[in-house]
Ligand binder design. Structure first.
Ligand SMILES: NC(=O)c1ccc[n+]([C@@H]2O[C@H](COP(=O)([O-])OP(=O)(O)OC[C@H]3O[C@@H](n4cnc5c(N)ncnc54)[C@H](OP(=O)(O)O)[C@@H]3O)[C@@H](O)[C@H]2O)c1
Length: 289
């Protein structure tokens, strides 16, 4: 059985350890700066053992590094201090923004290096997503790319090859589609608090917002520009200028966000009020989304 180590026990490291074990890989070690934590997690996630980073020696044939982007360069330098251990190994990191060059201290010692970014969100709570059908953005040297493609295919995922210079914009796209949506949701909840609804009513309304978000994601279908155009509803899409004016007047701390979004909606999805036909049809159906 092929063997892999996972370094980092955060949101992604935990999911990766479970994914690798479920994909026919033996996770030899899960590695943490805190050895006791690593041992606890190894038991829970099906790794052969847990180990502290300070004691980490003799890496497996594949090492997956799942630490914050800003810690990658320092970690690569630290790992490269054990100079004789890296020749022939494959080291992948999971950053969407950084390319393989951040692992260059290990590459200089003979390791193959690459990045494999799951285009997915791994949160502290909730069920971890399954790798099946996740898009994996891959770049690196030939051997590292090959290992990443094999891994993505073994999981039933969808590999996507990128060039290093394409990663920052690709990652910004992912940032708009997930973490920024969570910020949007926080802004929506803030407006519920400002509305004067009591706590119980706010809770019910928040559950309604979550349902609205789910339906919006479903309406976006395959994510194409056409799907986005037909998913677009609401005051800006209808050209309801009075409603937009009222929103702006009461937006309070999110006024600048609202204004920026109106400007970008018009830039990317069309001019406000450009679709009078769909406007009257929506009204006939009583759809005031
Ligand atoms: N979360 C996501 O949705 C997601 C999605 C796609 C890609 N990624 C990528 O996955 C990587 C990890 O992200 P994450 O969300 O899993 O982060 P995270 O939850 O913050 O976990 C990172 C882990 O790295 C270790 N760590 C933190 N600082 C370190 C340092 N200075 N040196 C060495 N190890 C350190 C810690 O584990 P120990 O305490 O055990 O050492 C920490 O739990 C990032 O490159 C990120 O871009 C994340």
């Amino acid at each position: 059985m092929k063997r892999a180590d996972v370094i980092g026990t955060g949101r992604l490291g935990k999911a990766l350890t479970a994914w690798l074990a479920g994909g026919g890989w033996q996770v030899d070690r899960i590695v943490s700066r805190d050895a006791a934590r690593a041992r606890r997690l190894a038991k829970r996630l099906g790794a052969r053992r847990g180990q502290g980073l300070a004691e980490y020696r003799q890496p497996a044939e594949l090492v997956f590094v799942a630490v914050p982007d800003d810690a990658l360069a320092g970690l690569a330098r630290r790992l490269a201090q054990r100079a004789d251990e890296w020749s022939g190994k494959v080291v992948l990191h999971a950053s969407g923004a950084l390319d393989a060059s951040v692992l260059s201290p290990l590459r200089e010692l003979g390791a193959s290096t690459g990045s494999m970014h799951p285009l997915m969100t791994f949160a502290r709570r909730g069920r971890a997503p399954l790798p099946k059908e996740v898009v994996f953005a891959i770049e690196g040297d030939r051997k590292a790319e090959q290992a990443a493609f094999e891994l993505a295919n073994a999981w039933g995922g969808k590999p996507l090859q990128l060039r290093p210079e394409q990663k920052p914009a690709y990652h910004l796209a992912a940032t708009f589609a997930s973490p920024m949506i969570v910020v949007m949701f926080a802004l929506a909840r803030e407006q519920l608090r400002r509305s004067g609804l009591n706590r119980e009513a706010q809770g019910r309304a928040a559950a309604g917002l979550q349902r609205l978000l789910k339906q919006t994601a479903a309406n976006l279908g395959n994510g194409s520009a056409t799907a986005a155009q037909s998913a677009w509803t609401g005051a800006i899409a209808r050209g309801d200028h009075e409603t937009i004016r009222r929103h702006r007047a009461i937006a309070g701390p999110s006024r600048h966000v609202y204004d920026a979004l109106v400007a970008n909606a018009e830039r990317l999805l069309g001019t406000a009020g450009a679709k009078p036909q769909s406007r009257s049809k929506d009204r006939d159906l009583g759809n005031d989304g």
